[in-house]
Design a protein around this ligand. Sequence first.
Ligand code: HEM
Length: 125
Amino acid sequence: IKYGTIYKAIGGYDAVERLNTAFYARVAQHPDLIPIFPEDLTETARIQLLFFVQFFGGPRLYEEERGHPMLRRRHLPFEITPTRKDAWLECLEGALIEVEIEEPIRIAILERLTLTANHMMNTPE
Ligand code: HEM
């Protein structure tokens, strides 16, 4: 699957927004993630939506507002352990299932974001 096609294949902006909302509902409740995220996730979720739209091959909304992603650097202030990486991916997988993004796209998204998530780890357990 080519990444440029995922945005369209899953249904464009509205689908990415549904996925992002489902994802943050899980992040907000995950005991391993709560300690490092702000209490009010409104702004975090808004920026993550811009990022996911761009990441899946839609308009480059994130860059327009935030510039180059530099994600590893932006995550350095937060202790991202292997457990937190797994928690983040668990929230993502749950959200993908909840909004009914089916195979083979679901696994393609998960595999790609697993690589990015691994890259974000910056703290041992
Ligand atoms: C921001 C945690 C992985 C994309 C953040 C923030 C935290 C966080 C705590 C800051 C929230 C705030 O202050 O508003 C984590 C953890 C991860 C993870 C625990 C586990 C591996 C990822 C991955 C991506 C990603 C894999 C992208 C695919 C973003 C973006 C932002 C962000 C786009 C906003 C950056 C900005 O301010 O422009 N993340 N993250 N994160 N994260 Fe993650």
